[in-house]
Write a protein that binds this ligand. Structure first.
Ligand code: ADP
Length: 327
């Protein structure tokens, strides 16, 4: 009921909606409306009430629930179902546990993660109300060997979304987004598949949106930052989520429906922070220097090693660093 009341108020954003109208349209008592309004205020909505005129929304909180995000989406597939939590261990864990019951395109969002994860079992710092910690469930009808390419599609979409929000950024192959040489976003793609059938893919996207300096642990400060720290702007997190989903949908559909990665790869190439530089490749226990020449049409990083041999790296277990530091 609270959601329906909120929707009525939002449909007439800024205008007064009378208690009588709410009561008639939704079949609730005046007393119940009053209770729901108080509960909405507790959630952070600013609601003005004037006797005889009714209720009016003055401002909405920057929460990442369906009520706040849905009106910003122009997607058909992504984010049509949003599972929202205040706290969760890891949105990717939750998504994997529940993927069979959730629709293609469903999104899990939490205001904080207590055990956020990066690749290779690393941790991901995810403080309350400061970032976007979300996972998208995808059920593409593609061969499992192509699933890692989805990371490139998502990186391209995040890059576009940040530009739309006025933030210059680069992509660090395969899965990080960089602003001013620091990591502000990581992408973690996991899947569950049979030999030639994908059951589901979970794409985790962690974005440091409004983290302050003190939210970033000392040992990460040299390589991690937030959009707020780097741009000096406080962004609305719900707009960040919506931009990403809106930009991702067409690129993702091109890939799964037409097997066409061209646009995504073009974006990843044009915005790559690695191409044209000497980099350090960390491949399990082995480390070596190489020159990053380009990105193949398949989304693999093309490198030339010190003996002049060219090879293509598939993202899997590889990390790439600048030869002198992070990037
Ligand atoms: P990479 O791709 O750089 O090898 P991952 O994608 O596996 O790294 O991300 C995990 C690593 O990111 C962690 O080990 C940690 O160093 C760093 N990290 C953890 N939390 C954050 C965060 N909120 N923002 C940026 N970097 C983070």
């Amino acid at each position: 009921m609270k959601h329906n009341i909120l929707k009525l108020l939002k449909d007439d954003f800024g205008e007064f909606v009378s208690g009588q109208k709410i009561s008639e349209e939704l079949g609730v008592s005046r007393a119940a409306i009053w209770k729901h309004m108080n509960s909405l205020k507790e959630d952070g909505y600013e609601i003005e009430s004037i006797s005889r005129k009714g209720y009016r929304i003055v401002s909405s909180p920057d929460l990442l629930n369906y009520d706040e995000i849905a009106s910003l989406l122009n997607t058909e597939l992504l984010g049509r179902e949003i599972q929202y939590y205040k706290t969760i261990d890891s949105t990717n864990n939750f998504a994997k546990t529940n993927a069979n019951f959730l629709k293609d395109g469903a999104v899990i969002i939490s205001e904080e993660q207590t055990a956020g994860r990066g690749r290779l079992g690393r941790n991901w710092v995810s403080p309350l109300y400061k970032g976007v910690w979300m996972s998208i469930i995808l059920k593409p009808d593609i061969n499992p060997i192509y699933v890692s390419k989805i990371t490139q599609v998502v990186a391209a979409a995040v890059n576009r979304a940040f530009f739309k929000l006025g933030i210059e950024n680069k992509i660090k192959w395969p899965n990080d987004i960089i602003v001013n040489s620091k990591k502000v976003c990581g992408i973690l793609t996991e899947m569950n598949a049979e030999i030639n059938h994908v059951n589901y893919v979970v794409v985790g996207i962690g974005i440091n949106v409004n983290l302050d300096n003190e939210d970033i642990p000392e040992d990460l400060k040299s390589k991690a930052s937030s959009l707020r720290i780097e741009s000096g702007k406080e962004l609305k997190r719900k707009e960040v989520v919506a931009e990403i989903l809106n930009n991702l949908e067409p690129l993702y559909k091109q890939f799964v429906e037409s097997n066409d990665l061209e646009k995504s790869i073009d974006i990843c190439r044009e915005n790559s922070i690695l191409i044209g530089r000497e980099v350090k490749i960390i491949d399990r226990n082995q480390e070596y220097l190489a020159y990053a020449c380009g990105l193949s049409d398949e989304g693999y990083l093309i490198i030339k090693d010190k003996d002049g041999n060219t090879k293509e790296l598939i993202s899997g277990e590889i990390s790439v660093r600048d030869k002198n530091g992070y990037v």
